[in-house]
Design a protein. Structure first.
Length: 166
């Protein structure tokens, strides 16, 4: 069974723009259902990015996501090493600040790719980021996924692949 590993922007962009909590109840009910069923998960670094803000999104996550929704990334340090090695190999393309941000221990991006890579046959990254291979000032999740053979999709494609509507 495929499990979708959702990025911070899955929650943040939905909350702030596309599916506000006070308007799009069916979206958030579907997210809760998918989380309860174990079809979507995330990682501890995403939790930190969301929980650093005292807002309605944090409150919703605390009240609606299962206790084990955010997975521990210390369990995937070997695959994190693979992601870091790939990023380092791209130092001729990416600016130093872009690599430093991508590999920052508190940032979710490299860790989410590493978490999916650790069970590559069953985990798919869900992110709203769009591939920009020529971009030098930011390492995008899709570039790492493509290079490392990790499947990824956006939110709507995830719902399509799951056969879900709301």
């Amino acid at each position: 069974m495929n499990i979708y590993v959702v990025d911070s922007n899955f929650f943040i962009e939905a909350h702030r723009t596309t599916y506000p909590l006070d308007v799009a109840h069916s979206f958030w009910n579907k997210v809760k259902l998918l989380a309860d069923d174990g079809k979507i998960i995330s990682i501890d670094k995403v939790k930190k990015e969301i929980y650093d803000h005292e807002d309605a999104l944090k409150t919703w996550c605390v009240n609606n996501l299962p206790q084990d929704f955010f997975k521990d990334t210390t369990q995937v340090m070997a695959t994190y090493g693979q992601v870091a090695a790939w990023a380092a190999s791209r130092s001729g393309h990416y600016l130093p600040n872009a690599l430093a941000e991508f590999l920052n221990a508190d940032e979710a991006d490299a860790h989410i790719v590493a978490y999916a890579l650790a069970d590559n046959a069953n985990r798919i990254v869900t992110t709203q980021e769009i591939s920009e291979p020529s971009r030098r000032n930011k390492v995008k999740i899709p570039e790492a996924c493509i290079a490392l053979g990790v499947q990824y999709c956006n939110t709507i494609e995830m719902f399509r692949q799951l056969g879900e509507t709301f």
